[in-house]
Design a protein around this ligand. Structure first.
Ligand code: NAI
Length: 719
């Protein structure tokens, strides 16, 4: 709702009231309509100020109303009525003016912002566009290039940038409402002809065609199949080329297409899923709201290789004191230089002082005795990690949490090396650790709720999206990746090429297909793990048996490449060839083509034509199938957890909503049918065998994704 008061004798003050960010719910919109009418009709009132209660102007539309039959007054005529008012209306912007909130402010005749306010039109991130005149007013106010940037990226700007761009007229460090009221008094009675943005001509540009073509190319490249950024460019083009009223029509049409698209649904699901993962629960029943985190002021990182360096940077940047331990002297010196560089570059970008003094470097593990939490990031070697955990347990003060960054080793085995296994959890970061947003917090059977709460809380503090998951080989992300990678290899055996598989996945929306991604991460990493698992054999047998391991179908293609020293980008050869080691430009390699032909001939494999649909279905449905098994096993509490992990850690295209949401959009019956089909064609491939949960969900009429937890609960109670 909106509260109306008269202040300073002649100013009507309208205060939006809908905590926490005064979103434009039906009640708030109705409140604005009523109070604006009242202010305009009272003869004593000469000018109006609109503000939001409790330091936030307005966070935009109420997302909870999306997908419902929206009641209450629509935004467009409401904002139009404000703009057409004959009394000056001033927006007093504190906290945030986002989405519909900024559109409301753009309908006002003046905008005054607090210096700490943030403004933006983030609709594109929800698969939509600013459809209350935002795409038509903003370019008229600040010009097409700047408006395109804000509308197509959804980025927020500070009040200072908003002033430079011309979005606001004034910024203040004082009480914004007081300043706005004073200002409103000063402009009472003045002509508003030059203050109505919709009447402005759009600032001309020397070559609109070239400008919009470049903008379109840019969004096509970065959007990877998302349609909202494209619609945003089209809407701004309408502002630049059509009269305001026609531009508004175009904005409305484009919005209607977006609103009913699956992409908007997917992106809105992501928005809620990201919040849902904060309300974590463990299979024991312990939960986020009943488990208290312990304070962490000082932390340690053990092992300063690729991951340890990034983790130390992330911790120091968040203000924690860090002891960074590395036993190799040369590595320690190199790590210190690298970490210093990372901190300096990060600080420069953010305009702050680098947190260099937050980190102390040491070759000695004894120096971690007084820290609150330790993150171990030594080589992925169980024996080494066990030794390190034993040492840490002996050295640390009582109550220190011991965390491991292992990519998939057994947390429980590490916990059993310590005197207090309840203090052990996994904190699985993703490379580069100071950049990637995802953190898997892995609890073992003995991890205490306090340990999970502390790791989740620390994750949040250092800016990560943290997801609590159970302990199993590969946890959630890497466990699901395994069948995806395996299917890609089987497809090569059956006749596909790396380029063809990657193209299908990149057209789907991944930043990189599976083979380009493997070349980037290094093929030797998985090879080492497979060797340790006894999957790599040296006997050059041919025929069916050579492709069976531990009773299941296995493709040794990756191992054979590694035996040739082809480790990917770092060696200049992998699934692709590169100009030189370390180069990033992947080119098809005739050597690989010959190698695949010889391999298929040796094993009597008959090549067949494989189309994009088969690539997508085999790779994605096998990954999704594993996701259902993870839910079945209780390793992830719900589908949102899996989807958030895939979006933030594995570059799953957000506009497709994560693998589990994608399955629900495709239709569970369809996913099941295709898995059954491929399973019959390849009965020895384990990951194609449809999971019990998928079958159960289909048998239950394929309930919507938010109802899956109930089916899972029932399934667990039957076990
Ligand atoms: P790395 O090989 O780059 O670094 C490991 C570092 O640990 C080396 O500098 C080594 O000298 C040091 N080290 C070995 N023993 C030590 C000890 N006793 N005390 C102190 N330092 C010791 O390895 P990377 O890639 O950083 O991986 C570390 C851990 O992170 C592994 O468990 C890995 O599975 C995991 N991980 C790796 C990811 C990646 O993309 N590289 C992603 C996520 C997790």
């Amino acid at each position: 709702m909106a509260q109306y008061t008269r202040v300073s004798g002649s100013v009507g003050l309208i205060t939006l009231q809908n905590p926490p960010v005064n979103a434009l719910s039906a009640a708030v919109r109705q409140g604005i309509v009523n109070t604006v009418q009242r202010a305009l009709s009272e003869p004593e009132v000469k000018s109006v100020v609109i503000c939001g209660q409790k330091g936030a102007f307005c966070g935009g539309a109420d997302i909870k109303e999306f997908g419902t039959n929206m009641s209450g007054p629509p935004l467009v005529p409401m904002i139009h009525a404000i703009e057409s008012a004959v009394k000056p209306v001033v927006a007093a912007i504190e906290g945030v003016a986002l989405g519909g909130g900024l559109e409301l402010a753009l309908g006002c005749h003046y905008r005054i912002a607090h210096s700490k306010a943030r403004l933006g039109l983030p609709e594109v991130t929800l698969g939509l566009l600013p459809a209350a005149g935002g795409t038509q007013r903003l370019p008229r106010l600040i010009g097409v290039p700047a408006a395109l940037d804000l509308i197509t990226t959804g980025r927020h700007v500070t009040a200072t940038e908003a002033l430079q761009l011309g979005i606001v007229d004034q910024i203040t460090d004082h009480n914004t409402v007081d300043v706005a009221v004073k200002f409103a008094l000063s402009v009472a009675g003045q002509s508003l002809d030059s203050r109505r943005i919709s009447s402005y001509p759009c600032p001309r540009h020397s070559d609109f065609d070239a400008l919009f073509e470049a903008a379109m190319q840019k969004v096509h490249q970065s959007a990877r199949g998302a349609i909202a950024p494209v619609a945003c460019v089209q809407a701004v083009r309408a502002a630049a080329t059509l009269p305001y009223s026609q531009g508004m029509e175009r904005e409305k049409e484009l919005m209607a297409t977006l609103f009913t698209s699956g992409q908007a649904r997917a992106l809105q699901y992501c928005f809620f899923a990201q919040r849902a993962v904060g309300r974590w629960s463990m299979s024991s029943g312990a939960r986020w709201d009943t488990s208290k985190p312990r304070p962490v002021h000082k932390a340690a990182v053990i092992g300063l290789g690729t991951m340890g360096r990034g983790i130390a940077v992330a911790l120091a940047q968040a203000g924690l004191s860090v002891v960074a331990v590395e036993t190799q002297e040369k590595q320690l010196i190199e790590a210190k230089q690298a970490v210093t560089g990372m901190l300096e570059r990060g600080a420069k970008r953010r305009g702050v002082t680098p947190a260099l003094d937050k980190i102390t470097y040491s070759p000695n593990i004894q120096n971690v005795a007084d820290v609150d939490l330790i993150i171990e990031a030594v080589f992925e070697d169980m024996a080494l990690k066990e030794k390190v955990f034993k040492q840490l347990s002996a050295v640390c003060k009582p109550g220190t949490f011991l965390c491991t960054n292992t990519s998939g080793l057994d947390i429980n085995r590490l916990a059993s090396q310590t005197c207090n296994p309840e203090l052990v959890v996994g904190m699985h970061f993703f490379a580069p650790a100071h950049v990637m947003k995802l953190l898997e917090v892995v609890y073992g059977p003995r991890s205490s709720p306090h340990a999970v709460a502390t790791a989740m809380h620390l994750g949040k503090k250092i800016g990560k999206v943290s997801v609590a998951v159970g302990n199993c080989r590969g946890f959630v992300g890497n466990r699901m990746l395994k069948p995806y990678l395996e299917q890609a290899l089987f497809l090569l055996e059956e006749g596909a090429t790396p380029e063809q598989v990657d193209q299908a996945l990149e057209e789907f929306g991944f930043a990189m297909g599976v083979f380009r991604m493997s070349d980037l991460s290094g093929l030797d990493v998985g090879w080492r793990v497979r060797k340790a698992d006894g999957l790599v054999t040296s006997d050059a047998t041919t025929g069916q048996q050579a492709r069976i391991r531990q009773g299941h179908r296995y493709s040794p293609l990756g191992d054979l490449l590694c035996e040739q020293g082809r480790f990917g980008q770092k060696t200049g050869r992998g699934w692709y060839q590169y100009d030189k080691p370390g180069s990033r430009v992947a080119k098809p390699d005739p050597w690989l083509q010959n190698f695949l032909e010889e391999y298929r001939a040796r094993h009597g494999l008959v090549v067949r034509r494989i189309d994009h649909q088969e690539v997508l279905e085999r790779c994605l449905y096998s990954l999704i199938n594993e996701g259902f098994r993870i839910l079945e096993d209780g390793i992830a509490a719900g589908p949102e957890d899996i989807d958030v992990i895939y979006m933030f850690g594995y570059s799953w295209p957000r506009h497709r909503g994560g693998p589990m949401f994608y399955a629900s959009m495709v239709g569970l019956a369809r996913v099941l049918e295709r898995l059954e089909y491929y399973h019959q064609a390849h009965p020895d491939v384990p990951s194609l065998h449809p999971s019990t949960l998928l079958r159960k969900l289909v048998a239950n009429g394929s309930p919507p994704i938010h109802k899956w937890r109930e089916v899972i609960k029932k399934l667990h109670s039957q076990l």
